[in-house]
Design a protein around this ligand. Structure first.
Ligand SMILES: [Zn+2]
Length: 224
């Protein structure tokens, strides 16, 4: 369990704008700037790129803040092998009507368009109504033409096992803008998720960095 020192900040101006222009069905409870330094991430390689992450917890989905932070910290640890540093995380809690709790493209598009969290975004949802049903799903540039509001996002249901690995796998799909899987032993991008499947090759990291930077999802690190 990681106990993070947390900075709460309430974006009053933003909330005022949301209240005026946003959809009253979605109520942003708060936006928290998570103290990612408390994750104590150690990179095996020099950090080259920063990840500024958005995360959204739907109230009533079953996800707790502690579970989400543990999962994201583990995910960020896995991404350090590519020289990616989690530099910022904005955690938004949103109250939604019952039929928006699950991933379902017609509903989830409306939610994403209204809340507009930082991208790339991890959405922590209850379940999925998509068919075929996946425990977690990545929406990159390449598979978002019919749902542009959802581009650059990962949708994680309560059924997802091995949260750090699942988050890293799905975010790698988003950053690389690729749905490709590999058969390499121990590789993060194997089709089946497993706690032991954590490795990314140099070529995979190179694509994640190149595409992620091209799409503005990663930015070159500034020396501390
Ligand atoms: Zn996959």
């Amino acid at each position: 369990m990681r106990r993070a020192a947390v900075f709460l900040f309430f974006l009053l101006a933003t909330h005022a704008a949301l209240a005026g222009a946003g959809d009253a069905r979605f109520v942003v409870r708060d936006v928290e700037l998570v103290d990612v330094a408390s994750f104590n991430l150690r990179s095996p390689v020099q950090s080259g790129h920063d990840l500024m992450l958005g995360a959204v917890i739907l109230e009533g989905s079953g996800w707790t803040r502690a579970e989400v932070l543990d999962g994201v910290a583990g995910m960020a640890g896995l991404l350090t092998q590519c020289g990616i540093r989690l530099a910022r995380m904005e955690l938004t809690r949103v109250a939604v009507p019952h039929d928006y709790l699950d991933l379902f493209t017609p509903r989830s598009r409306e939610l994403a368009a209204d809340v507009m969290p930082r991208r790339p975004t991890l959405y922590f949802v209850r379940d999925t109504r998509q068919r075929p049903a996946f425990d977690a799903e990545a929406v990159g540039r390449g598979n978002s033409h019919s749902r542009p509001e959802m581009a650059d996002s990962v949708w994680v249901t309560r059924a997802a096992p091995d949260l750090p690995v699942v988050l890293a796998h799905e975010l790698a799909h988003v950053l690389a803008n690729s749905g490709a899987h590999v058969d390499l032993p121990g590789n993060l991008m194997r089709d089946a998720s497993d706690p032991a499947h954590t490795h990314l090759t140099e070529a995979q990291c190179a694509r994640i960095i190149e595409r992620g930077a091209r799409h503005g999802l990663l930015v070159p690190s500034v020396a501390d």
